[in-house]
Design a protein around this ligand. Structure first.
Ligand SMILES: Cc1cc2nc3c(=O)[nH]c(=O)nc-3n(C[C@H](O)[C@H](O)[C@H](O)COP(=O)(O)OP(=O)(O)OC[C@H]3O[C@@H](n4cnc5c(N)ncnc54)[C@H](O)[C@@H]3O)c2cc1C
Length: 387
């Protein structure tokens, strides 16, 4: 059998695949990334584009996740200031809002604590005289507005920057290149993929399944089939609206079910999201529905006086472990599955956050360390600037 040409092969060119390719290349490993369509063609261009700890995850006591994401936010603000920037977030509290001012204050205090009080300025409760200056936010029944800072990015541009970094560290990237099968032998995987209308074969010491919503499709193409997890694909829609926001992001409550809905400035327009509904069938067929459009326009009409035009809409898919609870209340922790509990040569990534992609990638490399050859380290992704 021929020696593996690559130390690590990544399937998928979303943020996780890009992050793993960058981390592997930074650790000196010979790396190949295969993407079936184009970089960021999947969920990684359809997110809410926030680089954040996730204030609402404090309610589900996911402190570890929030702390890690806040640490990663801080790193990204340093290594990619042109891609990740702090924005003012506003939380309006009306008479009928479920979460009361003291709860928001407690949540924001804990959030600042988990961020080690690193972002500046800290949160504040706005004076009533400032209410009139909030992009037309309705003031009838408005009791309080809290303001704090969190991060915003261009998700697809972030993926491209991480891929560019991986390539400049020596990784090879191919797209469109669809992985058809992978077969394990004792010390490697033989991977078949289609590119340029031809089938190709390549041998790799380790394999990472970063196929996002296709993670289970890809897992079933591997022999022997590694362990996985029954998942739900949860669709999230965003609407792009006419109009602009000058003061930042508004973190509002949907009147119908009290879910969080963000109203955000985005490329000269307004981005409104998101929804959560179970999607079955082909992940490539995901599309926004008219019910989702109505659901999102309802909180907008509750909070803002104008009737904007819907310019476009897009939907992405979250990977969440199947459970009886509704999607909004399910854990957002990233799960990893392996082909061997002792010396894994395969890792499947399930779920995860755009924000924490770098930490997730570090974890994947650590999990594969015993099967990877030792090579001279090239760079530290926590300090390496993204171009
Ligand atoms: C609506 C929504 C909003 C979100 N908002 C945020 C947010 O604001 N902040 C945040 O931190 N996180 C957010 N997330 C989470 C985050 O966007 C996702 O966790 C992340 O983008 C997933 O990236 P991924 O690389 O795992 O998957 P994807 O980006 O979907 O990439 C998977 C890639 O694999 C490729 N692929 C599939 N099959 C094959 C094959 N056989 N061969 C080769 N390639 C293949 C696909 O073409 C695709 O490009 C949000 C998620 C959703 C759904």
């Amino acid at each position: 059998m021929s020696a593996p040409e690559f130390d690590l092969l990544v399937i998928g060119g979303g943020i996780h695949g890009a992050g793993v390719a960058q981390a592997a290349a930074a650790s000196g490993r010979k790396t190949l990334l295969l993407e079936a369509r184009a970089p960021a063609a999947g969920t990684s261009s359809r997110s809410s584009k926030l680089i954040h700890g996730g204030l609402r995850y404090l309610e589900s006591l996911e402190f570890g996740l929030v702390r890690e994401s806040l640490t990663e936010r801080q790193i990204l603000l340093k290594i990619a200031p042109h891609l990740v920037h702090l924005v003012d977030f506003h939380i309006p509290i009306y008479k009928q809002t479920t979460r009361r001012p003291w709860q928001i204050r407690a949540g924001l205090s804990l959030y600042a604590l988990l961020a080690n009080f690193r972002t500046s300025p800290r949160f504040e409760r706005l004076k009533r005289s400032a209410f009139a200056d909030l992009d037309g936010l309705k003031t009838e029944g408005l009791q309080a507005v809290y303001r704090y800072s969190d991060g915003q990015t261009d998700d697809a541009a972030l993926v491209r920057a991480v891929l560019h970094s991986a390539e400049s560290l020596g990784a090879t990237l191919r797209h469109p290149a669809e992985v058809l099968s992978a077969t394990r032998s004792r010390r490697s995987y033989l991977v078949r993929y289609r590119a340029d209308d031809q089938e190709h074969e390549v041998r790799t010491s380790t394999l990472v399944n970063a196929a996002g919503p296709w993670v289970e499709h890809v897992r079933r193409r591997i022999t022997p089939t590694p362990e996985g997890r029954t998942i739900d694909l949860v669709a999230g829609t965003h609407l792009e609206l006419s109009g602009t926001l000058k003061k930042g992001i508004y973190y509002t409550e949907a009147p119908s079910d009290q879910r969080a809905v963000f109203t955000m400035p985005w490329k000269g327009h307004i981005l409104l999201g998101t929804t959560e509904r179970i999607h079955t069938g082909d992940p490539a067929k995901i599309a926004p529905t008219t019910e989702e459009q109505d659901y999102l326009l309802d909180p907008y009409a509750h909070h803002f006086p104008d009737t904007p035009q819907v310019l476009s809409a897009f939907a992405g898919l979250r990977v969440l472990p199947r459970a009886k609870t509704d999607a909004f209340h399910r854990s957002r922790e990233t799960l990893f599955f392996h082909d061997d509990p002792h010396i894994p040569r395969y890792v499947g990534i399930y779920g995860g956050k755009l924000t924490a992609y770098r930490a997730t990638a570090q974890r994947v490399i650590a999990q594969l360390a015993a099967a990877l050859p030792v090579r001279p380290h090239l760079a530290d992704t926590a300090t390496l600037s993204l171009e």
